[in-house]
Design a protein around this ligand. Sequence first.
Ligand SMILES: [Fe+2]
Length: 449
Amino acid sequence: MPYTDEQLAALVRGDSVHRDLYTDPAIFDLEMQRIYGRAWIYVGHESQVPKTGDYHTTRLGDQDVLMVRAADGRVHVLYNRCPHKGAKVVADGEGCAGKFFRCPYHAWTFKLDGSHLGVPLKQGLEGTSYDPADPSFSMRRLPRVESYRGFVFASQAAEGQALVDFLGGVRSSIDNLCDRSPVGEVEVAGGVFRVMQRSNWKVFYENLHDTMHARVTHESSYAAARDEAKEIGEMPLELHIMDGNGEPYEFWEKLELRAYDNGHGYMEGIFNPGAAERDPVSRAHFESLTAAYGEQRAREILGMNRHNTVIYGSGSPHTVFQQFRVIRPVAVDRTLIEIQTFRCKGAPEGVFKRAMLYANVINSPSSNVMPDDIELYNRCQEGNATRGGDWVSMHRYHGTDRVDADGMVSVNGTSELPMRNQFRAWKAYMEAGAGNGAAAAAKGDGACC
Ligand SMILES: [Fe+2]
């Protein structure tokens, strides 16, 4: 046991954290047990497994799992392991298992809920303790699986908060994302981008609400956007969204940063009812929502001016442009980012095209903006590996965070409240002792939808 609870707690101060949190593989291993072994983690969206037998593999912390649609419509999340020799039952990616899973090694078969179906030459197992009804001969299900409006989360702990309570104040971000559809539903569409970053997973979360970096880190991209706009005599959307990072500090200071338990939070601008009609795509969107919900509600939905949301441990939904950047820790210095884009079902096609444009220009591996951040995350990783200092600062507006009925709120949009809140949650997870997640995972039973 490399760290006691006291030693772990000492790595997080109210205004700073120790660099070991980003560089020590032993810390990373503990995070996989104590955070990813316990918390609700986003697995994928139900629309990624639309038909019976459809599966989608992913990583939940350090575990290979798959999400599968069973014949009764339920979505299950299983560890991707055959109980015979331990082989991964399906290769990484997506596909359709048909009516059952069949391990490619010795053809053991499993129902779509993971339960044991059969083995070839069964007589060879007679008289042994092989028992098809014994769960240890099935593909193990994750202990808890729940879907919130199509977003499937799983927990490796058998007990804990319900998903809605875990999400708390950021549930409203998922609601707003779905409410932008006239039928209240979204689906993953247009493919998924994947980017492997050479940095620790926590740096990405910190950056999501780091308003002080925008006009510095992204200077090259917003300056190029401004030059281009000058040259062509207009500022189309693809340049406008790059230009935004160049707003003066006074702009960022006015944003509101909300922080909730479990490390979650979001960044919000002033409610903007005018957003509903500001351009032809928004107008058509507004009309489709007005027909479904009435004008006032449509204005509320499109007026919610929320930028990045943090669901700590899972990633960042973006409501206005319908993205989910899923953050998958791989190693202490490797993080896989999976960028999902959503179509609002029933909304005009222009809304989806705009979401794709945002994904390409801002978030994709070949965008003009994301590489700015990735370069800095890597510099943080490499700088924190030196003996140049032990502490990482989160001092900005420390001591001023306001507590209200359901969480905390910044006094200034440049506050480092979100980072402090994330590490408050980190400390709570990490101090709580080892073993709970692993013990709960061993019980293994869960399904949803
Ligand atoms: Fe950035």
